[in-house]
Design a protein around this ligand. Structure first.
Ligand code: PNS
Length: 165
């Protein structure tokens, strides 16, 4: 399929964002430079226990992307592929940090394509904060460490409040 440069291509960056990190923001910002519009899509991964409830994750994501004009935040209700169809998005964008991410993303991208025909674009993680994860940062914060280099000020404050500091 051809894609004249005048054509709007909306992409979805899905994730749990519990909380959003500078690694996520690197992927979102780079995707926003390639695609016309980005929808940061907050999903519920049924295998995870979240630190932040959905409203908190929405608020922290909205704050973090506030300076990116072609990016907005929405919630995935049900399947990601149905959300993409509702949003008229043609592409899913995910970041890949290392081999185990690739194995997981390959499986999901193939399944999503079989379910709906939607394509997934995998972006290699950036070098500076690319290999961090929300779960590792939560672990560091719970144990008294400083996560401020890896998240926005608002996220850092929210995490400190959660861990009682
Ligand atoms: O950051 P995460 O936890 O890896 O994000 C996973 C998420 C939310 C993107 C994924 O669980 C998802 O897409 N959930 C929506 C339900 C769905 O479509 N599941 C099938 C994926 S093949």
């Amino acid at each position: 399929m051809t894609n004249p440069s005048s054509q709007v291509v909306r992409a979805v960056c899905p994730g749990s964002f519990d909380p959003i990190t500078r690694g996520h923001l690197d992927i979102i910002g780079r995707a926003a430079a390639v695609f016309s519009e980005i929808v940061v899509a907050i999903g519920r991964n049924t295998t995870k226990n979240y630190m932040f409830d959905l409203d908190e994750r929405i608020r922290l994501c909205q704050d973090a992307i506030a300076d990116l004009p072609n990016v907005r935040v929405a919630v995935i209700e049900g399947l990601l592929v149905d959300f993409c169809r509702q949003q008229d998005a043609r592409v899913i964008v995910k970041g890949v940090r290392f081999g185990s991410d690739f194995d997981y993303e390959l499986q999901m991208s193939q399944l999503n394509r079989q379910l709906s025909g939607i394509e997934t674009v995998l972006l290699p993680a950036g070098r500076e904060f690319g290999t961090i994860s929300s779960s590792l940062l939560r672990e560091v914060a719970y144990n008294g460490g400083d996560i401020s280099p890896f998240v926005t000020d608002a996220v850092n404050q929210a995490v400190l409040a959660k861990v009682g500091r």
